[in-house]
Design a protein. Structure first.
Length: 290
């Protein structure tokens, strides 16, 4: 238990430092460049999805990880918005989006994002998904291939079998309402959400999803048509615990017909926060190759 606490504290501190640096650069960019920007909340059935939009060009839909929010992409938005219209939503129940009444699942969140894409009249989008956002991207590519032009996946499992026993214990450590990570995440959400009274309900729904999903098979991945970039990291705290730390990423790239793998050596589950310029370069090079 002590090791789990130490790991949790270390991850929390790294996220705080990286997020602070990225946010500082992001707000400085906003002040200097005055980029074209829009925001709003769009109803998608039972939930209201909040989004931010920056720049012009081919639409890039960026889907954050679990318990995060749109500005988690602060390290990516300034660079990517120079050449693309970047749309960064808060997933249902996260940030400024409402929770709705449906269970939180990756397929449900894919339906939410498809509705957002259609209501914003974006047409086909390039998806960039991190962790839960990557799982949502997989679901969207399967359910609405007409809306997905390409995908970039970071820190993305496709099945709970991708987790070792140690990884599952790390997930349980985080889901503990009194863990340092969860206390911090819940505090941030409480400041942002329009529904502060539904915090426990949100945590319960997220806990159920993390314990039971994702549940995609290699056969499912084999039906994905979109060109895909899998960004693999050999120090991912949840996916690199196999004897081969890149096994999950290799399996994902091998299963998707038109996918390729790029590796960030020493990268962690939080590589987009900790090494944003490397990640941005990989994303832009991939999009330029299409």
């Amino acid at each position: 238990m002590g090791g789990g606490l130490a790991t949790d504290l270390s991850q929390s501190l790294r996220m705080i430092v990286s997020s602070t640096l990225n946010s500082s650069r992001y707000y400085l960019w906003m002040l200097r460049e005055h980029p074209e920007r829009a925001k709003g909340r769009i109803d998608v059935g039972d939930a209201g999805i909040y989004y931010l939009s920056y720049g012009r060009g081919g639409p890039l839909l960026m889907l954050h990880g679990g318990f995060a929010y749109a500005e988690t992409w602060a390290g990516q938005i300034p660079e990517l918005a120079q050449r693309h219209r970047v749309v960064a939503p808060d997933s249902r129940g996260h940030g400024r989006s409402t929770l709705g009444t449906m269970p939180i699942t990756f397929r449900q969140m894919a339906d939410d994002m498809a509705a957002l894409v259609e209501k914003l009249d974006l047409g086909g989008v390039h998806l960039v998904g991190w962790s839960d956002g990557g799982c949502t991207s997989l679901a969207m590519a399967l359910q609405r291939p007409d809306l997905v032009r390409s995908m970039v996946l970071l820190g993305t499992p496709f099945n709970t079998k991708n987790y070792t026993a140690a990884a599952k214990q790390e997930i349980e450590n985080i889901l503990n309402p009194r863990s340092p990570s969860m206390l911090g995440l819940r505090s941030v959400r409480r400041m942002m959400t329009p529904e502060p009274h539904r915090g426990r309900e949100f945590l319960d729904k997220m806990s159920s999803m993390w314990r039971e999903l994702p549940g995609f098979t290699t056969e499912d991945l084999g039906r994905i048509e979109a060109p895909t970039l899998v960004i693999g990291c050999d120090h991912d705290e949840f996916l690199s615990l196999w004897p081969d730390p890149l096994q999950v990423f290799k399996d994902t790239a091998a299963a998707i017909p038109n996918a390729r793998l790029e590796v960030v050596r020493g990268g962690t589950h939080f590589v987009a926060l900790e090494r944003p310029h490397e990640v941005n370069a990989l994303i832009l090079a991939f999009l330029d190759s299409l």
